[in-house]
Design a binder for this molecule. Structure first.
Ligand SMILES: *Cc1c(COP(=O)(O)O)cnc(C)c1O
Length: 488
């Protein structure tokens, strides 16, 4: 059985704790809080400082992170988080401000928000931008609400269809449905691009918009994008660019020039802010001028020498988040952009694409590549043939990689590739670390032919062995301590 880490409560022993909180007179509070909500005592663990420290330090070493090793999670862009971001974002000038402070006192913060908006608009070719959405999917929701309100205002309430490709990220159809749209899928053609002929048949007057990422989730750039944009604009439909991963095109080509009207960006992917464990993230949304009046507030603007909050845009879809989104994440992205500058951002894209192609060309010799074209920042391998030959699946390969000290690639996505392993090295990996990873994959494929049982049982070196994915999704045990206590 897997060893389960003791909780801090379990190795508590009476009197071990060296700290005592100061006794306070709480009678005034007690009167205000109903007795049913009060507890006579609180079950605090009693542990010494070294024990607490060792406990959390040990736990921290069980977490995999980009600071520990290569994290080739395709589509999620787990790039290195520069430490200067952390250092500067923890400056009290940023951490000790309150969202309700008068604007005169937080001019620097507003300046950062204003400049970051301008930089992001410049990068994606949009005219204005909201920083308040706190995830990529939150940005999608924002953009689709804008599409909805735009058509309503134009008297086109009947426009209720969003078209998206069969390679779309799962959040795309989910966001469209949440905004009340019907979702229609357009198939990919044999080269992994959008099937243009099929698309033309699908686009009619009921179509409100098109939602796509280019390069696609196959890591392939669709050269027909401007023609595709024309098909939609002719029917007065809007184009939404899912810019979660801008790592291949930053400084190279702008979604605005491809014909897009709305773009969201994941600062926690492309712009190096920490990512994982559920947040906090940031998914700013940029729009073309004609959609500015639909943006959610608050928007910062410069009046003379002073930064202020602008009036709410006249057709605003309403607020999406309390106050200003995840401000400290915005600060990190701002620092990243300022550190790299225009040239640095372009180089980042070039290097990300170079790394991915280098790796793809090594690995296509050991696993199958369904769409064998120059890729952008990521590529998708298939273990279908290997599974047929040896019984070893993409899941087995991914689990075995954990034994080699790597995070697994994205698996079984996009859905149009069977037994998919989607790999994204990012620009921050060196040739040596990429070579080592490729060697691990080669070794695993070798093992699959010699001793497939090892792979079915992997991982064998991790504190927790293979988890039951179905149970984990249906009946998650998120708190070992509470689960173990019979009285809760
Ligand atoms: C990650 C991702 C999203 C969703 O972003 P979240 O911040 O996880 O909500 C959307 N689209 C694509 C292509 C992505 O890679």
């Amino acid at each position: 059985m897997d060893k389960v880490e003791k909780t801090i409560f379990e190795f508590s022993s009476k009197g071990a704790g060296t700290y005592k909180t100061v006794e306070r007179d709480l009678s005034a509070f007690e009167k205000r809080i109903p007795a049913s909500l009060r507890r006579a005592d609180l079950d605090f663990p009693e542990v010494s400082e070294p024990e607490v420290l060792r406990h959390y330090f040990r736990l921290s070493r069980k977490n995999f992170s980009v600071d520990e090793g290569f994290y080739p999670l395709g589509s999620c862009t787990m790039k290195y988080n520069p430490k200067i971001n952390e250092r500067l974002a923890s400056n009290p000038a940023f951490t000790d401000v309150h969202p309700l402070m008068p604007v005169e006192k937080v001019q620097g913060c507003l300046e950062i928000m204003n400049e970051l908006s301008e930089y992001l608009c410049e990068i994606v070719g949009m005219d204005s931008c909201t920083l308040s959405p706190v995830a990529g999917s939150h940005g999608e929701f924002t953009g689709l609400k804008i599409i909805k309100e735009y058509h309503k205002k134009m008297g086109n309430d009947h426009k209720d269809v969003i078209i998206l490709p069969d390679s779309a990220h799962g959040t795309n159809p989910a966001s469209a449905s949440m905004c009340g749209f019907k979702v229609v899928e357009v198939p990919s053609d044999k080269d992994g691009g959008i099937d243009l002929e099929r698309l033309k048949e699908l686009v009619d007057d009921n179509v409100a918009g098109f939602m796509v990422t280019n390069p696609s989730t196959l890591g392939l750039y669709d050269k027909n994008i401007q023609e595709i944009a024309k098909v939609f604009h002719e029917k007065d439909a809007l184009l939404y660019y899912d810019g979660a991963n801008l790592n291949a095109i930053m400084g190279k080509v702008k979604p605005g020039d491809m014909g897009f009207d709305i773009v969201h960006l994941n600062l926690h992917k492309t712009f190096s802010t920490p990512h994982g464990g559920g947040g906090p993230g940031a998914g700013p949304v940029g729009v073309k001028k004609r959609l500015h009046s639909f943006l959610p507030g608050p928007l910062v603007e410069k009046k003379g020498e002073k930064y202020v909050f602008a009036d709410e845009p006249v057709h605003t879809i309403g607020r999406l988040h309390s106050f200003y989104g995840n401000f400290l994440i915005l600060v990190r992205a701002y620092i990243y952009i300022r550190m790299l500058g225009e040239k640095g951002l372009r180089k980042t894209s070039e290097r990300a694409v170079l790394n991915a192609n280098y790796m793809m060309n090594k690995l296509k010799k050991v696993l199958k590549l369904d769409y064998d074209r120059t890729c952008m920042h990521e590529f998708v391998l298939s273990a279908k043939a290997l599974k047929k030959e040896t019984g070893v699946s993409a899941m087995d390969i991914a689990k075995r990689l954990l034994d080699f000290g790597y995070h697994a690639p994205t698996m079984y996505f996009p859905l149009i590739v069977e037994e998919a392993l989607m790999i994204e090295p990012t620009e921050t990996e060196t040739k040596e670390s990429i070579d080592d990873f490729c060697k691990a994959i080669e070794k695993i494929v070798e093992e699959s032919r010699k001793d497939p049982e090892i792979l079915h049982n992997a991982p064998i070196n991790t504190p927790v062995r293979r988890v039951d994915d179905v149970q984990a999704a249906r009946k998650p045990r998120t708190n070992h301590y509470l689960d173990c206590r019979s009285d809760v």
